[in-house]
Design a protein around this ligand. Structure first.
Ligand code: BTN
Length: 243
């Protein structure tokens, strides 16, 4: 389903924007993957910029028509994509974890990011544009909390070959979602949460507190066990103070 058709571009502003435009005008169908060697205006979560060195990393997007998967909860798309990226990186880096809500971390550093943009219209039609950026061969980062497959394994990789492996991981996890194994996906996701079941420092509403990540809720919140009981946080409401 995903990656039956792959389009490779040399340069584009953002693969998410490009895929959204082509999908809206019916020029590509659900699951068509568009990757680009260079992104001139890559988008990150919550209005951030995604910077990626030209030619050495993976930057790709695909549209997903919700009629083709059993989506009764939009958060399950996030869990499914996060796990697929996790599965793919984990083959190379055994200490891979998922930093809630959907970053991929290796040894406390971010190696991949995911941007999911959902569309709804009056007829109830729903679709998502799923964008994935994975640091593959990049050697230097301005951000000290970023890493790449190269930095973690000391090897160089062919991004186009890795794209096929990533697509395989995506199809495996989306097959699970299609066969209604949502609980398996959610449990696997919770199991792989970075810092889970360990006491760490967090900040929310300007207050610092200690707590242990327990799991996520069905509506996508992070549940943390604190001295005042289990507290629930939405994306953007909590800062991890662990270095
Ligand atoms: C994040 O961690 O903030 C999300 C980063 C998502 C980056 C990818 S790269 C391919 C796709 N196109 C974009 O403009 N963004 C996503």
């Amino acid at each position: 389903m995903i990656g039956k058709k792959i389009i490779k571009l040399s340069t584009v502003d953002s693969t998410n924007n490009y895929v959204a435009k082509l999908f809206r005008s019916g020029k590509i169908s659900s699951g068509t993957v568009i990757m680009s060697d260079i992104q001139t205006n890559g988008k990150g979560q919550r209005g951030n910029i995604w910077t990626s060195e030209p030619l050495v990393n993976l930057t790709l997007s695909f549209p997903l028509d919700h009629k083709t998967v059993s989506v009764n909860n939009l958060f399950h798309i996030n869990y499914t994509v996060s796990l697929a990226v996790f599965d793919f990186i984990k083959k190379y880096c055994p200490s891979t974890k998922i930093k809630w809500p959907n970053d991929t971390y290796v040894n406390g550093k971010k190696i991949a990011g995911i941007l999911i943009e959902n569309q709804f219209d009056n007829s109830g039609f729903k679709s998502s544009i799923i964008g994935i950026g994975i640091n593959i061969n990049q050697e230097y980062f301005q951000n000290l909390k970023a890493t790449s497959l190269y930095l973690e394994t000391n090897k160089n990789y062919n991004p186009s070959e890795l794209l096929l492996e990533l697509i395989e991981s995506l199809n495996k996890r989306f097959d699970q979602l299609k066969s209604m194994r949502n609980q398996v996906i959610k449990d696997d996701f919770d199991e792989q949460l970075w810092l889970k079941d360990e006491l760490h420092l967090f900040e929310a509403n300007g207050l610092t507190f200690e707590g242990e990540i327990v799991k996520t809720s069905d509506d996508g919140c992070l549940l943390i066990n604190t001295a005042g009981g289990i507290k629930s946080f939405r994306n953007g409401e909590i800062i991890y103070l662990t270095k």
